[in-house]
Design a protein around this ligand. Sequence first.
Ligand code: GRG
Length: 302
Amino acid sequence: MTNTKSELLKSFMQACRDRVEQALDRRLPPADKLPARLHQAMRYSVLDGGKRLRPILTYATGQALEIPLDTLNGPACAVEFIHAYSLIHDDLPAMDDDDLRRGKPTCHVKFDEATAILAGDALQTLAFEVLATDPEMKVGANQRVAMIDCLAKASGSNGMVGGQAIDLMSVGLQLDLPALEMMHIYKTGALIRASVRLAALAHPALDPDMAERLDHYAKCIGLAFQIQDDILDEEGDTATLGKTQGKDRAQNKPTYPALLGMNGAKQKAREMHEDALASLQPLGDKADLLRTLSLFIIQRHN
Ligand code: GRG
């Protein structure tokens, strides 16, 4: 890729980050609106932090399909609200019991446990409210319902929450590779896939083959994301990660490096990246941002 092209893509990614930052701010309840402590906890957990990978994926898919980005602000915020809720709940004492997230005290440490549970609950329902009513989304009622269905399935017991349940049950167990993969396809992969699919659903008449290709791309990068997450848990440091390093090993969790060795895990991440790129082939230059995001996922340090 030429330098100019890579600079352009980098600035597009930053523009997406700025775009979603403003869109999230506008859709969150004001900090002084009653119940203020709850609204402050929601804003604290969503704003000022995070890579915004999922919303950027929604915009990048929109760009590949030539969908106006303003119309994707709602879906982009909806996936980030679900993501933020999952992180708040994952950090709770009953789950991962963590006190650091995005380089800041976790929600239950900064506020209190009950407020953190409620902030997660309210962010979850806000995500669906946005998909149901957001005025910037220029889609018909059927498309809205399809989007709500997509995000609900990706977040629920057959998606992210199911993956979290499998994760909690498998601490200390010896999972084999297919079982580990299945857990991650649910826990992390489902929401990443929904981030891409929500943009595809905003297209008025997407060719089913293209929808399938985008879904395969999303499935591959979802796994690559998780493999890199496991690698960073071993090789990263707490300051750069913004969360506690080494927890997987400390909690005796099954990981890709534990099953494949560090080199094997890195090789598997590269294979997932290559497979993701192959899926995008018919989209030509329009999918360059999606390609860059896949590379970013396997090269990231946090
Ligand atoms: C508690 C309902 C419920 C679900 C939790 C996704 C999840 C399920 C828990 C998060 C735990 C975790 C650290 C998973 C590893 C992968 C992951 C989702 C990392 C965090 O996502 P990033 O790196 O975070 O995109 P930022 O902060 O950049 O948004």
